[in-house]
Design a protein around this ligand. Structure first.
Ligand code: PHE
Length: 467
């Protein structure tokens, strides 16, 4: 543990930070959302825009967030407050940190619901592997599961408890220990599944789908940018918080680069795996693209292929592990605020905050079919049936379309314009040595990031959604 001021806050080892931050970034965003969105947006061009967005916007903001955290060794609110004092600027910037804490609260509440599904599917696959698998029962089974209120609350509660259990252990004994075990395991399992896809009949078609560049819808462009924030855990202080546990001896640019690289790699591997599975089916279009793809198409395909009964439970375990290493980072954002700024003990902060987030997630858990109580009517579909937007979708919409882009927008302006070059250069070079890209990075935060994100916000204001 660090000596000095931050000794009571805890700190990561060098590898520990990289694994924990990669664990935060790699999650349902990569394994559930990214393949499904890529499929829905017809591949190639969407992937290309995503990559450009990761390189031009995601990378620079990742660097900025870790810098803010490590400089101050505070939670996201405290960090922003301290820097405004240090730079002698308007204290209102602390609000950006607040937005992050709020974002963490909102995102975790519904993320934990889907994460709970992945745990359920580990058990489900085990029972299929050791019993019999009936393809006709998969779709209805998923529908029955998500509309069973008690099951939804139960698995949401289970996942929140797992998350709280890890965060209770603290930075080193909880977060770092768990992610150093889970992340390498996850890497190995992914590589096995990727190698396995080389031998599937649909591999060629999947690759041409992923790499053919065709026209892209304007909405798809925006979706790609929003997804890059979500996937990299940016815009809500997660990387500020984790950055605050980074030692002054470690290089921020190297760590940021590694995390961005790994996150992108995992997104691609997930696409390889799932697209191959989809294209190995007799009639890929029959599956369409929906959020249920991970829980309906995937099991069906797994149990058609050789070794599927071993790979299927392993795969869902992998997804659950990836989700857990993300949820702990989200809870830590909120918990760190209560510990640093309000002086709470970690135990009390985890129990109180975790329980509140659990309660806030209950309407989300119940809005995927259990009841219409937490849904807003949105009109009627072509067949004349009433359509609804549930609490779950509303929270996801709020987080992806508003909280993350707005948070990232202000953060890039803050680090780009408010913090002096002397300060940012000093912090980036500490533990790294001369950082040649400093000027380029600074200007990308000043101009490129705010303009690109601003365009998204304007697009959302004019009524376009991209989650
Ligand atoms: N990046 C995580 C994922 O891809 C989700 C996340 C968002 C985590 C924001 C932390 C903060 O699943």
């Amino acid at each position: 543990m660090n000596q000095g001021d931050s000794s009571s806050r805890g700190s990561f080892g060098r590898l520990g930070f990289i694994l924990a931050a990669t664990g935060s970034a790699v999650g349902l965003g990569n394994l559930w959302k990214f393949p499904y969105m890529t499929y829905a947006n017809e591949g190639g061009s969407f992937v290309l825009v995503y990559l450009v967005s990761v390189a031009l916007i995601g990378g620079p903001i990742m660097l900025a967030e870790i810098l803010v955290g490590r400089r101050t060794q505070r939670n996201s609110v405290g960090a922003m407050q301290q820097l405004t004092v240090e730079a002698n600027k308007w204290k209102g910037w602390g609000l950006v940190g607040w937005l992050g804490v709020m974002g963490g609260f909102v995102i975790l509440s519904y993320y934990s619901v889907v994460a709970g599904w992945t745990v359920y599917y580990v058990g489900q696959c085990l029972s299929w592997s050791f019993g019999t698998f009936d393809p006709a029962a998969v779709g209805p089974g998923f529908g029955a599961f998500v509309s069973n209120g008690w099951m939804q609350i139960g698995f949401h509660a289970l996942f929140m408890s797992l998350t709280m259990g890890v965060v209770l252990g603290g930075v080193q004994d909880g977060i770092e220990r768990v992610t150093t075990i889970l992340m390498p395991l996850l890497g190995v399992l992914l590589v096995v599944l990727v190698i396995n896809s080389f031998f599937q009949p649909g591999f060629g078609k999947a690759m041409s789908f992923l790499f053919h560049v065709g026209p892209i819808r304007f909405d798809g462009l925006l979706e790609a940018v929003g997804q890059s924030f979500f996937s990299l855990s940016l815009g809500m202080g997660a990387m500020i918080t984790y950055g605050s546990y980074v030692s002054k001896r470690d290089s921020i640019p190297k760590a940021a680069g590694t995390v961005v690289l790994f996150d992108t790699l995992v997104g691609f591997m997930a696409c390889f795996i799932m697209m191959t599975i989809i294209y190995s089916a007799d009639d890929p279009d029959a599956f369409g693209a929906s959020a249920a793809i991970l829980f309906t198409t995937m099991p069906t395909m797994f149990y058609k292929m050789t070794g599927g009964s071993v790979l299927a439970p392993l795969f869902y375990f992998l997804v659950a592990a990836a989700a857990l290493s993300s949820t702990i980072s989200i809870l830590e954002v909120v918990v760190a605020y209560f510990i640093d700024n309000l002086g709470w003990a970690r135990r009390k902060a985890v129990l109180v905050v975790g329980s509140l987030i659990f309660l806030f997630g209950v309407p989300a858990a119940l809005s995927n079919g259990a009841t219409l109580m937490f849904s807003l009517p949105t009109g009627t579909d072509e067949a004349g049936n009433a359509t609804y937007m549930g609490f779950f979708d509303i929270m996801d919409y709020l987080a992806t379309n508003w909280i993350l882009p707005v948070g990232a927008f202000f953060l890039s302006i803050f680090v780009g314009w408010v913090l002096s070059d002397a300060l940012t250069r000093d912090e980036l070079e500490e533990g790294h040595g001369p950082f040649k890209l400093h000027t380029v990075w600074k200007w990308s935060l000043r101009i490129v990031c705010p303009l690109a994100i601003g365009a998204i916000i304007v697009a959302v204001l004019s009524g376009r959604t991209f989650n």
